[in-house]
Design a protein around this ligand. Structure first.
Ligand code: COD
Ligand code: ATP
Length: 199
């Protein structure tokens, strides 16, 4: 039996940073953001759905999705965001499940599902436990501003497009506090692995 650990947080709290720590410990990670990119590659039905729904203005001249333009739209308009979620959710879910099954069939006893919208999308039921990567909101906004070159208003809007990190922390089975150094985060992940790797 494989133990399925859901890994989440809110935008820029450090999921990818923690996912890399699991990967370097040899644990397979299913990255939902990669799935979200795979289902909108040129030729994929998800891209055709987006263009049909939102229009050709969301295509770049090389035929790929204009992610920047679509991001600007959905992070400033709740209804449009919901429409995009409806268009892509099933396809992303199928991608996640297929990757998970592949790792299960390879015999891994621990598999991490890195899903930014884990709670918003109701994925907690398909996990044995959920780990939330936490930083306080002020630090979240700062890291988001500096990583994505956003001003404070835009970063706050993106943050508010997801369930708050405080709420996710309450719902979590395990919390990794990523407000210190990467080394401090690494220690928490390694301690968790020492306790749970053989579950
Ligand atoms: C709007 C898009 C094109 C913007 O692309 P961009 O390259 O700028 O951002 P990227 O994909 O790296 O996402 C960055 C982060 O934004 C957050 N985010 C993405 N989509 C959403 C959404 N619909 N609602 C809330 N937060 C979201 C996540 O925390 C994600 O990790 C892209 O995010 C997208 O296709 N989103 C819809 C798919 C989705 O739901 N992805 C989340 C995976 S579960
Ligand atoms: N402990 C830390 N100390 C300093 N900077 C950090 C730390 N952890 C992460 N960061 C930085 O904060 C930013 C956000 O981290 P990361 O990309 O891992 O977040 P994420 O939760 O995966 O984001 P998203 O939801 O957008 O995918 C990155 O620029 C990263 O380098």
């Amino acid at each position: 039996m494989s133990y399925i650990l859901g890994l989440t947080g809110s935008i820029a709290t450090g999921k990818s940073t923690v996912a890399k720590l699991f990967l370097s410990a040899g644990i397979p990670v299913v990255d939902a953001d990669l799935g979200a990119r795979a289902v909108v590659l040129p030729g994929a039905p998800g891209l055709a759905d987006i263009i049909e729904h939102f229009g050709e203005a969301y295509l770049l001249s090389d035929g790929t999705l204009d992610r920047k333009r679509l991001g600007a739209l959905i992070f400033s308009d709740r209804e449009k965001r919901k429409e995009l979620d409806v268009l892509l959710k099933e396809r992303i879910n199928d991608w996640i499940q297929a990757e998970k099954e592949r790792y299960i069939s390879e015999g891994h006893n621990l598999i991490v599902l890195d899903i930014p919208l884990l709670y918003e999308g109701g994925y907690e039921d398909s996990c044995d436990a959920v780990m939330v990567v936490y930083v306080p909101e002020e630090l979240q906004v700062q890291r988001l501003m500096s990583r994505n070159h956003l001003d404070a208003d835009e970063a706050t809007r993106r943050m508010q497009s997801q369930l708050s990190i405080e709420k996710k922390k309450e719902l979590a089975d395990f919390v990794i506090d990523n407000s210190g150094t990467i080394e401090e985060t690494k220690k928490q992940v390694n301690d968790w692995l020492l306790k749970h790797r053989t579950v």
